[in-house]
Design a protein around this ligand. Structure first.
Ligand SMILES: *Cc1c(COP(=O)(O)O)cnc(C)c1O
Length: 490
């Protein structure tokens, strides 16, 4: 199947590309993104025939339906990485929590956040094709805390790949920082930036645009690629688990095949939600996709008001930092799908020049036929964590935003699958604030122990181990020194 571009073609880049091209060169004409030219149709029969299949078989069949140009054994090797999750027969289990409320726990992989669901197999495939082509790639990543550990984990010691990962000093949890700075692998470079996440992300963008940097990379025969969710190689794996949620409900006799369900997605860059949208278009019986945000609620206004306006907006730091975002990349793919490439280019150019865009009444109605949205502030989120733990279910602050959607956005009494994107262990100080109703600054190591002792909940070994692991990356620099630092690494 071929891939085309959200903002149309500039006459310089190829008109249509294969999957491998799109993932190695993720930036498309006019600053756009790659999208599939069409979607495979996988409705009730496909779902029925996968009731007794494993997660890996489901993923294999979905990727095959997209006709990706990846050799079968490379695909199998990539999917075998799901065997390293807590339960290899069920890498993202769906748990019933309340009447009509189910949680798909997406954090059972090596770095305890949902980024592993896609980055594990994606990293394996990207390095397999780079190796076959005898090419060298530098992957740049800026992280607010979850993408970094997941990208380092998947690419460590992969031939032909180097990763430079930037994180804001003081801007991540202790666990997230330790996951990065203790990761070993000759091909990894972790760099603390003096500044916030926006500064790190801007520094990365400037580097991507720097001519001297490109020349230097060229001299070292190294190409650039990206591991964030602008890369369709991540999105394709994010379609799979939405099918899995539905099949799990079928297996648990909670629904009949064909019965519609809600999906609730705590959103930032909108990759997770986009995967759900594609799954729905491919035939998954979904009533609506419910989108939750924190106080950085740009997505709420995009869906509820048809307005995306960054003027006078400043990023608020919340207890759900992975959703602290103002520019959400993957909404562009939704707008392409609904409004076409000319209109998408126009809207995205408005966003660049005026810092805002406004949808027409018809466009807004179309968006609202697929999505509903709300947001939750920290007070609501922390109260939710406490209330649900009293009933025996522990969730992290990102997952907690979804409960607002469960409580306020469902028009029909259908089953709702909420996505739990991180394990509580990555955000234990905030969870302890919720349980104690205080605002103390706990250390991760203390909060983990207090919660696990009091509630008799085990902390997984990979989290315990980061506190004793050897620190391998100590570089903390100012943004001006970034280019020099990365050049000396490659
Ligand atoms: C990345 C992340 C999100 C946001 O996911 P998107 O696909 O970018 O919308 C939500 N929660 C957690 C814990 C994350 O790491």
């Amino acid at each position: 199947m071929s891939f085309i571009e959200t903002r149309g073609n500039d006459g310089i880049k190829p008109n249509e590309v294969e999957f491998s091209y799109a993932i190695l060169n993720p930036s498309a004409s006019f600053g756009g993104l790659y999208i599939p030219k069409s979607l495979p149709n996988l409705g009730e029969d496909f779902i029925e025939s996968h009731k007794n299949k494993s997660y890996k078989e489901l993923a294999f069949d979905i990727l095959t339906a997209f006709k990706v140009d990846i050799e079968e054994n490379d695909l199998q090797t990539a999917l075998n990485l799901y065997d390293n999750f807590d339960d290899k027969s069920n890498p993202s289990p769906v748990v019933k929590v309340k009447e009509n409320l189910f949680v798909n726990e997406q954090y059972h992989g090596p770095t305890r956040a949902f980024k592993d669901m896609a980055l594990q197999p994606f990293g394996s495939i990207l390095s397999a094709i780079a190796k076959k082509r005898n090419e060298k790639y530098l992957i740049l990543a800026a992280t607010s805390g979850d993408t970094g550990p997941a990208a380092l984990n998947t690419f460590k010691n992969k031939e032909g790949i180097k990763v430079a990962c930037l994180y804001p000093v003081g801007g991540t949890s202790d666990v997230q920082r330790l996951q990065m700075v203790t990761e070993d692998g000759e091909n990894l470079k972790v760099i603390g930036i003096n500044g916030n996440f926006d500064d790190a992300q801007n520094a990365l963008k400037n580097l991507l645009a720097s001519e001297t940097f490109k020349t230097t990379l060229g001299e070292k025969h190294t190409k650039l690629s990206a591991a964030n969710s602008v890369n369709f190689g991540r999105i394709i794996f994010q379609i799979v688990y939405h099918f899995w949620s539905y099949i799990e409900l079928l297996r648990q006799n909670e629904i009949e095949n064909g019965e519609k369900i809600y999906l609730t997605v705590p959103s930032g860059n909108f990759g997770n939600a986009l995967g759900g949208y594609y799954a729905k278009k491919m035939g998954l019986p979904v009533e609506k996709i419910l989108i939750t945000s924190n106080e950085n609620n740009v997505l709420t206004s995009w869906i509820n008001d048809g307005v995306y306006d960054l003027n006078d907006k400043t990023l608020v730091l919340t207890k759900s930092p992975a959703m602290d975002i103002l520019k959400s990349s993957n909404i562009e793919r939704i707008m392409y799908d609904m409004f076409g490439s000319d209109r998408t280019k126009e809207l995205m150019e408005d966003l660049n020049s005026k810092n805002s865009f406004v949808l027409s009444i018809d466009e807004k109605a179309k968006l609202q036929s697929e999505f509903s949205a709300t947001f939750s502030d920290d007070t609501y989120g922390l109260k939710t964590i406490k209330n649900y733990l009293e009933d025996g279910y522990l969730m992290d602050p990102h997952t907690a935003t979804c409960i607002k959607a469960y409580e306020t956005l469902m028009d029909k009494p259908l089953k709702n699958v909420v996505y739990s994107t991180a394990e509580w262990t990555k955000f234990s100080p905030s969870v302890l604030n919720a349980l104690n109703d205080d605002s103390m600054k706990y250390k991760d190591i203390d909060a983990l122990k207090i919660i696990s002792d009091k509630y008799n909940i085990k902390v997984p070994t990979m989290i315990q181990n980061v506190f004793d692991a050897k620190v391998r990356h100590t570089v903390e620099i100012n943004i001006d020194d970034l280019e020099k630092e990365i050049v000396s690494f490659i």
